[in-house]
Every structure is written in structure tokens, then in C-alpha cells.
Ligand binder design. Structure first.
Ligand SMILES: O=C(O)[C@H](O)COP(=O)(O)O
Length: 407
């Protein structure tokens, strides 16, 4: 349980009472009559071989209020797709698996490519984008939620709390972001959120003032959470970045498309743990290092659309200001760890901050060299306007794959 403080410009829905799961699920059952619910799971085949996803499926089996579960499956050959269908068939809900590497979906992708409309990078953004298209085409869900498949602390309460704000017909929210405590195994995790996102937003506020956008971004208690929910109509005008800017990019899109009283965040878990990637000190194209570059670029691009002019000098002062602020945060986190009896590796934290500071310059340089380059995949309303038949074809391709390989 937490305090009830409201920070920033969006509503925060806290966990003030540890409400029992069965009570929440009963309510969600009621809501589902008016607002049927779709769950979207972006997944890699390799996640089915790990521990987290099979345990998530055990939990999902028991969820009574879902109209459909749409899984986007990446990096799977035919045998693996068949195996995935077999493993997901334990779910009693209406389940469809998008075989993104299969010939049917590849062919559809090639058709978009010819018209310059296809996602340019493979990855989670592309996977989520195709699943959203399928959810639009299927029309089964009115409220949609999405979560990662590497959560090792998953339970049904997390899902119920994630859906609730957009499923309750008495609430007026279009979009809801999940947040949680990323403390596990005796330490504070969430390295990119803690050491890059928050200090960078505070840096930009210090340099450019408390703009409405920066204030909004600073309101999110876990801006990088891969868990969010929204009403189906949000999908039409959403432009999804295909790189690691996905989570930040979606928040920026919500700011562009809706007023803040239609947006909220919800406490979904006391404890959250997932698969930890390496920082990747030697390779900027991998791990948290790549993530930090993509996220910084996405924030710079967004500020540029608001009239902020960048130069090498401004990026130098952003880097210097960030470095100071981030080191102050390291001390704050250290003290928070100590009072809570958690372990804390100051050297590792400061090394990570040094890397992120260098990466800010790299992100800035890339932005200056190519300011028009955006990783955004076109919105579904643009696709529908350019190719009115596409959504139906996507749905047919997914159904045909299911019939051909599912038996
Ligand atoms: O949310 C984050 O900051 C990144 O996903 C890294 O998270 P981790 O430090 O918990 O692995």
C-alpha cells in the first residue's frame, strides 16, 4: 500500500487498500459486457522456453473476463510457430498468434514496404503494431491491455489493475500506464528509468523550463513500463516507434492526441521483476546502451517538434547538466537503499551514468546529422486510407495460419 499523493499532470490511481482479486475480477466481468477486453502479448519464441512466460500462461488460464488474447510471435520458424500454437492452446480464451516471420505476414509486410509504409526495424514496436492492426480488424475488444512476457512476478491482480481504468464504463480514461516497485532480489532495479529517464527529464526542465510536455513526462512514475492499457479508438492515430523509444514514444503520442484528464497511471504491483539485459558498456548497439540512445533521441525529436532548437553546444550543456543531476540521484538512491536494507553498487551506478552521458552526445549527434529521420511506423488510419483492404487481409492471413498450422 502507498500514500495517496498526486504528482504531476495526470491522475494517479494508487493501491490504497489491497483489494482482493476476486472482487476486482467480478467487477471486470460486469464491465466486459459493455467493454469487451483484448490482451496483447508481444513475445519472442525464446520466451516460451524460459520460466516467465509459461508461468504467465498458468495465471492467464484462470482469467475470466477476456474476449481475446492476441500474441505477436517474433523470431519463430515453422516448427516453433506450431509449438507456440500448441503451448498457447492451454488458454481457454479466444487466442490468435501472429506469426510475424511466417510467409503470409511477410508477404503482407512486403506489400507495405513497396509503398514505403512498412515498419523499418524488426522488434517489439513492429510486433505490437501488427497486433494492434489485428485487434482493430477483429473488433473483439473495446479495452486493450499490453504487457511484457518476461515478468517473473506476474499475477492476475497485475492484469486486473491494468485493465480496470480503461474497462470501467464510469471512468473517462483513454489511456493508462502501469507502474510498480522495481525492487527485487534485495536491490533497486530499473536502471534506465532511474539513471537516464528521470535525470534527463529534470535536465531538460532545468534548461528549457517547466514546459507542459516535460511536466507531463515527469508525471509518470515508471515511464518505461511495458504495461499499459487503452481504448480501441486510441489505436487509429497512434504512431509507434519501432526502436526502444516505444514506451516513451507512446506517452508522447498520448500527449499529442488527448488532454491530460483522459490519461492516468495505475499501481499494478508491489513487486515487479523481469529479465535483466546487460548494460553493454562496449557495444552501443546492444542492451541498455542502445536503449539509452533510442530513448534520448526520441525525447530530443519530440522537443524539436515543440520549437526547441538543438546544436552541438546545447547537447554539450545537456550532457554536463545531466551528469551532475544523475550523480545527485545516485546518492539519493543510495540512501533510499540503505534505509531499506538493500544492497547498492555505487561504482556500477556511476559507470552506468558515465555511459549514458556519453550516449546523450551520440544521440544528439545522430539527431543533428539527420533531424528528419524518425523511427515512427505510420498510424493505422494512414494504412487504412492508403490500402483500405489491408486490415481485412491481415485478419484473413492470421486466421489462415491458425487453421493451417494449428491442428
Ligand atoms: O526499465 C528499465 O530501466 C530497463 O528496462 C532496465 O531495467 P532493469 O534494470 O530492471 O533490468
Amino acid at each position: 500500500m502507498t500514500d495517496f499523493f498526486q504528482n504531476g499532470s495526470i491522475t494517479t490511481l494508487h493501491n490504497l487498500s489491497n483489494r482482493p482479486l476476486d472482487e476486482m475480477e467480478r467487477e471486470l466481468m460486469e464491465f466486459s459486457r459493455q467493454r469487451p477486453m483484448s490482451l496483447l502479448l508481444p513475445s519472442l519464441y525464446s520466451e516460451l522456453e524460459g520460466q516467465a512466460l509459461p508461468a504467465i500462461l498458468e495465471q492467464l488460464k484462470q482469467v475470466p473476463y477476456l474476449s481475446e488474447i492476441v500474441i505477436g510471435l517474433d523470431r519463430a520458424d515453422e516448427a516453433q510457430y506450431r509449438d507456440a500454437l500448441r503451448q498457447f492452446s492451454v488458454l481457454p480464451q479466444h487466442v490468435r498468434v501472429l506469426w510475424n516471420d511466417g510467409p503470409r505476414l511477410r508477404e503482407l509486410d512486403a506489400r507495405l514496404e513497396e509503398r514505403g509504409l512498412a515498419p523499418r526495424e524488426a522488434g517489439k514496436g513492429r510486433n505490437v503494431w501488427y497486433c494492434l492492426g489485428y485487434i482493430l480488424a477483429s473488433g473483439r475488444g473495446e479495452a486493450v491491455a499490453l504487457h511484457d512476457c518476461d515478468i517473473v512476478t506476474y499475477n492476475r491482480l497485475l492484469l486486473a489493475r491494468l485493465f480496470y481504468p480503461v474497462a470501467n464504463p464510469n471512468f473517462n480514461y483513454e489511456f493508462c500506464k502501469g507502474y510498480y516497485s522495481r525492487v527485487a532480489s534485495g536491490k533497486i532495479n530499473g536502471r534506465v528509468c532511474r539513471l537516464l529517464v528521470t535525470p534527463l527529464i529534470r535536465t531538460l526542465k532545468k534548461i528549457y523550463g517547466n514546459t507542459e510536455y516535460l511536466d507531463y513526462m515527469d508525471s509518470f512514475r515508471y515511464a518505461l513500463a511495458g504495461e499499459f492499457s487503452f481504448r480501441r479508438d486510441v489505436i487509429n492515430d497512434l504512431r509507434i516507434p519501432s526502436d526502444w523509444g516505444l514506451e516513451i514514444g507512446v506517452l508522447s503520442e498520448m500527449h499529442r492526441n488527448y488532454s491530460t484528464n483522459r490519461l492516468c497511471q495505475v499501481d499494478i504491483a508491489h513487486r515487479y521483476d523481469h529479465k535483466h539485459q546487460k548494460v553493454s558498456f562496449d557495444d552501443e548497439h546492444a542492451g541498455l546502451s542502445k536503449m539509452s540512445i533510442d530513448i534520448s533521441k526520441s525525447l530530443f525529436r519530440k522537443l524539436a517538434t515543440q520549437g526547441i532548437v538543438f546544436s552541438t553546444e546545447t547537447f554539450r550543456s545537456i550532457k554536463a547538466t545531466y551528469f551532475r543531476i544523475a550523480l545527485d540521484f545516485v546518492e539519493t538512491y543510495r540512501n533510499d537503499a540503505i534505509i531499506n536494507g538493500l544492497t547498492f553498487d555505487i561504482h556500477r551506478e556511476e559507470q552506468t551514468v558515465e555511459l549514458f552521458a556519453r550516449n546523450l552526445m551520440k544521440a544528439g549527434q545522430t539527431f543533428l546529422e539527420n533531424p528528419m529521420e524518425t523511427p515512427f511506423i505510420p498510424s493505422w488510419s494512414r494504412i487504412t486510407s492508403a490500402a483500405p483492404e489491408f486490415l481485412q487481409e491481415l485478419k484473413t492471413a492470421v486466421e489462415t495460419d491458425y487453421e493451417e498450422y494449428g491442428s
